[in-house]
Design a protein around this ligand. Structure first.
Ligand code: AMP
Ligand code: MG
Length: 413
């Protein structure tokens, strides 16, 4: 048996970062930038007001106070989006709204709250005058041209993982599309004579294909594009044909057919058609795992991850091996999942020296995390995976975890 790390490092060395594509910014969430982005403009594009108030020269309001307001003449008004047609001189003010273009000559904005605007409104005779009740330093309440982003500046670097704020920043530069490393297309092929597609009655002796759907959902969650390729029977010729036509993807994931049973034919097809690594990995669930590469007719090598058929095993081996492979193809360099340390509330046995991934629910109480197992841990019990929000990791050399012991938990959410 090989270790989880050994298996992962072999898988990662067989997958490559994909090429880039240019597309609308909103489609790029969770993808990695393939180019440096420099700003073609200043953001904001001009000095503007940070408040609703009066734009004026600070020299006009020295010593102004509530008791002794400075009376200035209102010479105009600017709303956001309009360019002022007046300049401000000493003793003058322009009524201005938040975001309004600062008029020529103005160096300070006094918010409405520090003026007698409300009283003046009731007194129609003085409508061209405003009393300023505070003395502010030059530059107050002004957002300077380029203070967020100066023209020509490197704003987002190649390799950056695009999050919602980055999409906002790109929009603030006026960019409608951008070059990113493309999403991998992950082919998903279920195997097994007993497996039938959903949406039809299930005959005696058969089960529904759940793996293709849980795996496809994992592909989507981690940024790839799943391609559902149906179910292949446990027959070497038919599986060979299915796999040959399945190589229209960047990585192929199959479920089932890799354990030691008579009809576990995925390994046989891999051995005949591709370059094979078949391993038993020191983990539970998910001991049997096949990994190899198929050569497509155009010469391209397609990595293939053969996951075990048990629904929980296939999901957990996907988390541990396929997710980092997807991240690598997408150009993401940190594929570690966030882990926390939690206090176990149940005991978990580990008698055969494997790394156990126990399905747990983590909750926070009095500033600490606690984890309890989600019930029976059989690798066919998919509902125990559905209930879990984390996988408690019991190391190979720990035979038992007891209530009260600390464990590392890899969070699923
Ligand atoms: P295998 O790894 O092929 O021996 O499969 C182990 C068990 O996993 C089978 O007996 C099935 O119960 C289950 N299984 C295999 N493939 C699927 C699938 N696509 N969906 C749900 N369960 C499956
Ligand atoms: Mg099978």
């Amino acid at each position: 048996m090989i270790s989880v790390e050994e298996a992962l490092s072999k898988i990662l060395s067989a997958v490559q970062v994909l090429d880039s594509e240019t597309k609308p910014i909103l489609d790029c969430l969770g993808q990695v930038l393939a180019q440096d982005v420099y700003s073609p403009i200043d953001v904001p594009p001009h000095d503007n007001s940070a408040m609703d108030g009066y734009a004026l020269r600070a020299e006009s309001i020295k010593q102004a106070s509530l008791k002794d307001p400075k009376i200035l003449r209102i010479i105009g008004e600017v709303a956001a989006g309009h360019v002022p047609n007046v300049g401000v001189k000493s003793g003058q003010a322009v009524r201005i709204m938040t975001g309004g273009f600062l008029p020529e000559g103005a160096d300070t904005v006094v918010p409405f709250e520090d003026t007698d605007e409300v009283e003046q409104k009731q007194n129609a005779t003085k409508e061209n005058e405003i009393g300023i009740r505070t003395s502010l330093a030059e530059g107050c309440n002004i957002r300077r041209k380029g203070e967020d982003i100066a023209r020509g500046k490197l704003v987002l670097e190649k390799g950056n993982l695009i999050d919602p704020a980055d999409i906002g920043v790109l929009a603030s530069l006026g960019k409608s599309s951008i070059s990113v490393i493309r999403r991998p297309v992950v082919g998903i092929l279920a195997t097994g004579d007993e497996v039938v597609e959903i949406g039809q009655p299930v005959p005696d002796g058969k089960i529904y294909n759940s793996n293709s759907y849980s795996l496809a959902a994992q592909v989507i969650r981690y940024g790839g594009t799943p391609k559902l390729l149906g179910v292949a029977p446990d027959d070497v010729d038919q599986l060979t044909a299915s796999i040959r036509s399945a190589l229209i993807c960047d990585m192929l994931v199959t479920s089932g057919g890799v354990s030691l049973g008579d009809y576990d034919v995925v390994k046989q097809v891999l051995a005949a058609e591709g370059h094979v690594n078949f391993w038993t990995v020191r983990m539970k669930p998910g001991k049997p795992l096949a990994f190899g590469t198929f050569k497509r007719s155009d010469g391209k090598l397609i990595p293939h991850l053969g996951l075990p058929g048990n629904p929980v095993s296939s999901m957990i081996t996907f988390e541990v091996f396929a997710r980092p492979a997807i991240f690598k193809m997408m150009g993401r360099n940190n594929s570690a999942k966030p882990t926390i340390t939690a206090v176990m509330e149940d005991s978990v046995q580990n008698q055969d020296g494997r790394r156990v991934f126990a399905r747990v629910v983590v909750s926070r109480k009095d500033g600490s995390y606690f984890a309890h197992v989600t019930g029976p841990q059989g690798s066919g019990i998919l509902t125990s995976m559905a209930k879990a929000n984390g996988l408690a990791i019991i190391p190979e050399n720990v035979e038992e975890v007891r209530p009260g012991d600390s464990v590392e938990v890899m969070m699923l959410e």
